[in-house]
Design a protein around this ligand. Structure first.
Ligand code: GLU
Length: 306
């Protein structure tokens, strides 16, 4: 991919950022500058090109749901993890509870919505909470190729203090037998993953590893098993962009995951890992500038898998 092309994508995306606003239900995110927009693209040789505010740090939020799923599958296997969560899209908002109490087996729909990700996170193992946190951090550092990746504790605290809806979700699942053990500890782990601080480059490496069937384009090392990559990418297609996943599949057509911190990762399979950042969100929680840049690149380079 050429530098000029991502520069054009950025110019295109910038026209739209004024139509959204940063997430405010996590107080710390509300103060982010909505005019920021950046992009990084990593090819299958590990070369990275960037444009705009690509060095800006932001919290992964729901993008970490992909990492939590990879770690949980690695630790516990498919049967164990999918005894707690399904694989179906919902069409509801990411933090919705409406159908959580009406399901036949009480399982949340999929690992990309809050309820599903919390259920997945509850299976992440370790003798203590500290050990579980270390396992999550080690996994995120491995998948981004960034040994210094850390947590934005202000975002973490901000969400821990105000995450009432996620508390309601986990305790409902506890009473329905989906969650075992200490709910507050599971939530702490979930909030910690959401508050992982990254930039576009970190996430472009992660997306490129997914695009490269689980092999790091930087080191050539296999980081994710092929079966896990296939499953994760298919859930990203069907459930990765909140209740916009269907339209996104039609307009962009790449396995992607977005977070309310303003990030989006996108996989052009066998070609590129793309990460965008722009905290101005639409009413579904997707970065407006990010969506527009991905649309532009998909159109101009024929990146849709469909
Ligand atoms: N930490 C956020 C929450 O649980 C993540 C949501 C998101 O990025 O979609 O509400």
């Amino acid at each position: 991919m050429k530098q000029e092309l991502i520069q054009c994508a950025l110019t295109h995306g910038r026209r739209f950022v004024r139509y959204g606003k940063p997430a405010s239900y996590i107080p710390e995110l509300a103060s982010k500058d909505p005019s920021k927009l950046g992009i990084a693209v990593c090819d299958m040789e590990g070369n990275v090109i960037t444009a705009g505010d690509c060095k800006e740090k932001f919290s992964m939020q729901s993008i970490s749901k992909v990492m939590a799923l990879i770690l949980a599958l690695e630790q516990n296997g498919f049967d164990n993890v999918f005894s707690k969560v399904g694989m179906e899209p919902t069409g509801d908002a990411f933090n919705s509870m409406v159908r959580l109490d009406h399901l036949i087996n009480n399982k949340p729909f999929n690992p990309m919505i809050n309820a599903g990700a919390i259920a997945v996170t509850s299976t992440i193992r370790g003798a203590t909470l500290e050990e579980r946190k270390e396992a999550c951090l080690a996994c995120a550092r491995k998948l981004t190729g960034n040994p210094d990746l850390g947590v934005d504790y202000e975002v973490f605290l901000s969400e821990s203090e105000t995450g009432f809806r996620n508390r309601a979700i986990i305790y409902l699942m506890r009473s329905n037998g989906i969650i075992e053990g200490n709910c507050e500890e599971h939530l702490e782990l979930y909030f910690l993953m959401c508050a992982l601080a990254c930039n576009c480059r970190d996430l472009a490496f992660f997306a490129a590893t997914l695009a490269n069937n689980g092999v790091s384009p930087m080191t050539g090392e296999r980081l994710i098993q092929p079966r896990v990559v296939r499953l994760v990418r298919s859930l990203m297609v069907t459930c990765g962009m909140y209740d916009y996943s269907g339209e996104f599949a039609a307009t962009v057509g790449m396995p992607s995951k977005s977070g309310v911190g303003g990030g989006i990762i996108s996989c052009a399979i066998g070609k590129y890992g793309i990460a965008t950042y722009g905290p101005s969100l639409d009413d579904k929680g997707n970065s407006i500038g990010g969506l527009k840049m991905l649309e532009y690149l998909s159109d101009n380079m024929g990146l849709s898998i469909f």
